[in-house]
Design a protein around this ligand. Sequence first.
Ligand code: SAM
Length: 246
Amino acid sequence: MRGGPQVVVKPHRHEGVFIAKGKDDALVTLNLVPGESVYGEKRIAVDDADGKKEYRVWNPFRSKIAAAILGGVENIYIKPGLKVLYLGAASGTTVSHVSDILGPEGVCYAVEFSQRSGRDLINVAKKRTNIVTIIEDARYPNRYRMLVGMVDVLFADVAQPDQARILALNASTFLKNDGHFVISIKANCIDSTATPEAVFDREVRKLQQENFKPLEKITLEPYERDHAVVIGKYRPSKKQSKKEES
Ligand code: SAM
């Protein structure tokens, strides 16, 4: 789809994310592989003073990070040039947008244990050279430690009852001190008998016990029911926290 003169693309306050302003505003990322869609999403070509560019529409009903951004989250910490470890990559829908945000200087290590989703993910990564596909169980980070360096951000969307433990195992192996985590919590995957709020609170406490410092929690309505995203810092150093407070 051509953006035409009626579509203007502006940077979002989250670096690497953009808004296409037209009849309906849309969240978009700059396509790392122009001419290619990943999951049938619309592409918008824009020819402005900086030259020709192509953006991909980021659907908040298909991606929890997009839902959190549209929900007004303060900071997602996923930025151009960083290294991100992504647990629960599925077919690569959200991973592809993370790959756009990170750009050619960044790396997204994408872990998925389903062989079926993994096949789609491998195909996405064939064209996106900043994605390293890892078909493994995220409960065993030692199995992929030779493939992954230290990362700036750890994202988890595994929808498992023991996801806090999975996050902790991976953080202690790969996440820098003062690095950031983003975790998506699907309440009924953890406990379908408690209220979603009670489940979110319990998960936040588990994270605190594992040396994660939650900074922000956001629920994902109207895009996802009974889901929350919690974002924060890992092993915060006193020096760094003081610097940020001042
Ligand atoms: N993040 C994806 C997106 O936005 O496109 C959707 C992820 S889906 C909710 C959860 C995924 O986590 C599934 O594909 C599932 O196979 C994967 N998963 C669950 N447990 C896992 C584990 N222990 N190790 C690796 N992947 C896991």
